[in-house]
Design a protein around this ligand. Sequence first.
Ligand SMILES: NC(=O)c1ccc[n+]([C@@H]2O[C@H](COP(=O)([O-])OP(=O)(O)OC[C@H]3O[C@@H](n4cnc5c(N)ncnc54)[C@H](OP(=O)(O)O)[C@@H]3O)[C@@H](O)[C@H]2O)c1
Length: 286
Amino acid sequence: MQNAGMLALGLDWRYLAFNVHPDDLEEAIQGAQQMRFVGLNLTVPHKRLALDLVDSLDASAEEWGAVNTIRFEGLDSQGAWVPMGHPDADAFRELRSVGFNTDADAILRACQEELKTVFSQLEVLLVGVGGAGRVAALKLASAGVKRLHLMNRTISRAEGVQAEIKARYPSCRVEVGYPQVEVDLLVNGTSVGLNPSDPLPLDLDKVRFSRDASVYDMIYQPAETRLLAQARAAGCRVANGLGMLLYQGARALEIWTEGEVPVGAMREALESHIYGRTEGKRKGSS
Ligand SMILES: NC(=O)c1ccc[n+]([C@@H]2O[C@H](COP(=O)([O-])OP(=O)(O)OC[C@H]3O[C@@H](n4cnc5c(N)ncnc54)[C@H](OP(=O)(O)O)[C@@H]3O)[C@@H](O)[C@H]2O)c1
């Protein structure tokens, strides 16, 4: 996805994967900075650790309490911090790392663009409040949904996120457990469904969907989970987690380049790599 985006932008950059032990994360970030990398993406378990390892935090990383994108910057001759993707970057002597979070916006953008949802009107049921689900819950609360219903295998975890939402977004109505009202948007943030033989992440017989209901599954492999297949059969609009993956990556490339990025080329590369060109479009969303 990133290499396709960089290629389409005509950049001579490369995106590479490195396996770094959490104990070595600080040295890895410093090493990448010394080698004048443009930036980094981080995944679990590094996202929270990196909060204390970068020189500066963007508001997005502070707000969501995790760093999934680092941009390296250099001090230019005018005394301004400039991204290392800048053509004059070779001349910069003083460097720093800045942490960002692009995950939280990605779930909202994916639901907006793929399911055409207008959040202020919605009764939202989110099942699964682990790492990704908690951030989605906070983001949905900040987007001003009508009401948020949280479910999680470990109920105390859902109650913890409920308390966090009440403290941070006091105007958001948030409840724990199966909703007693019709649901407009159901989001699966559990890992149940990653394996095709997995059961449903919740009892669908206990959920009443509204007429235009949508279902979003953060899982993108398999392209159609059991949940999405049943929701589609019940007449719901459905989308899988590919969009979420795409938009967190597209935003990261925007941060590194400080410009518009070719989302279409990036999506095409993702679909091709994960599904073999057309399967994701055909089965993962409708
Ligand atoms: N599309 C994307 O870009 C993207 C990005 C991040 C994550 N994801 C997907 O989101 C899902 C969650 O990822 P994560 O990073 O948040 O993982 P995580 O922090 O480990 O959270 C896992 C969640 O799944 C629940 N769960 C696990 N096994 C379960 C079971 N057998 N029955 C019921 N609930 C179960 C956990 O409940 P407990 O709290 O009770 O353990 C928790 O809510 C994964 O499927 C991942 O692939 C997608």
